[in-house]
Design a protein around this ligand. Structure first.
Ligand SMILES: [Zn+2]
Length: 133
């Protein structure tokens, strides 16, 4: 199965460590030092209590919260909200799967997708998910 090529993300100061983690095979999310809650996307301050946050390695396990299959695209793809085992819900793509077999509540796991920048160089892999553990 060929997955759609994804353009390389542009890291910002807040997400640079995240993207370096993806290059190193780590899936990093932010957790609040004050209230202990995790969030997505990575932010320096907690969106719940404005406390300071730290990086933690997420397990890569999640559950499909909702999804939509884009069948009219030249190559169909699935976008989804996935709720991570650590708590936050993120917008992502589901890859390497039969789109007709997807369902809400299904277990998924991290399956990063490679990226290319405009010059054809490798960008950091983006966090996408595939069904199963
Ligand atoms: Zn907090």
């Amino acid at each position: 199965m060929t997955d759609r090529p994804i353009p390389a993300p542009t890291p910002t100061p807040e997400t640079e460590t995240f993207w370096q983690g993806m290059r190193d095979g780590k899936f990093l999310i932010r957790r609040c030092i004050g209230c202990g809650r995790t969030h997505w996307y990575p932010r320096a301050l907690c969106p719940f209590c404005f406390g300071e946050t730290e990086w933690i390695a997420a397990s890569g396990a999640g559950v499909i919260y909702s999804f939509s299959v884009m069948r009219r695209a030249p190559e169909p793809y699935a976008i989804a909200y996935v709720t991570l085992a650590e708590g936050p819900t993120m917008l992502t793509n589901l890859v390497g799967c039969d789109f007709d077999a997807l369902r809400i509540g299904q277990d998924v796991r991290l399956s990063p997708t490679p990226t290319k920048d405009g010059a054809g160089k490798d960008g950091p892999p983006v966090p996408t998910f595939t069904p199963g553990y």
